[in-house]
Design a binder for this molecule. Sequence first.
Ligand SMILES: N[C@@H](CCC(=O)N[C@@H](CS)C(=O)NCC(=O)O)C(=O)O
Length: 217
Amino acid sequence: MITIFGAYNYPPIVDGIVRHHRALWAAEESGLQYKVHWMDAAKAEHREMPNRGINPFGKIPSLQDGDFKLFESGAIVNYLFEKAGKAPRDLEGRAKLAQWCYAALNTIEPLGTFEIFLWDTFWRERVGRDERRTEVVNQMRARMAELDGALGSKAYLLGDEFSAADVLMATVLTFARSEPTIYEQGPRVRAYLERCQARPGFQRAVAAQSGAPKIAA
Ligand SMILES: N[C@@H](CCC(=O)N[C@@H](CS)C(=O)NCC(=O)O)C(=O)O
């Protein structure tokens, strides 16, 4: 049985953004059976065993499948798609998949959508916020225009087939939900994000969060 390690009892401001959501979404899209090992974030349970035994950084998400252990959301999402037989089998197809996974996790997320998220949540009082936030928002506007051109009329990053790269790109884009102006020159990216989030697998992943233990008021 596949176990995904995820968290509950974190600040509401990160609802729907915590990276275990990527793993839940991929698991739902895969159709594989899985369960969730929920950890209390307020008690930092994710930094202790058993999660620490899988993820040396004590981060979320992690995955265990029998004796096999895996960390990093990008690796976990790809593992689930591959295990379900929903990944390209040819060399060039796998290379294109990797290309878009790295683009999401390397070109768009850090110093990009994730930074916008930080400026609008945990870094609101930081010195130099206005200048740097403006800079990164402008960079993301340009990046979305470029991504719009690369998407063209395709439904998903690889074409007609939804892939691990779409789980990663859509969740990475969601980090910038406080700044929808990044799509001003990228209307097809906005439509792409809505298309991804309209998938039943996405909706089931959102619902899966309600399976987490309830916090006493
Ligand atoms: N690159 C890692 C980042 C993992 C990460 O930073 N996870 C955050 C949650 S979104 C976390 O575990 N934060 C809690 C902490 O650092 O204590 C991945 O994609 O899995």
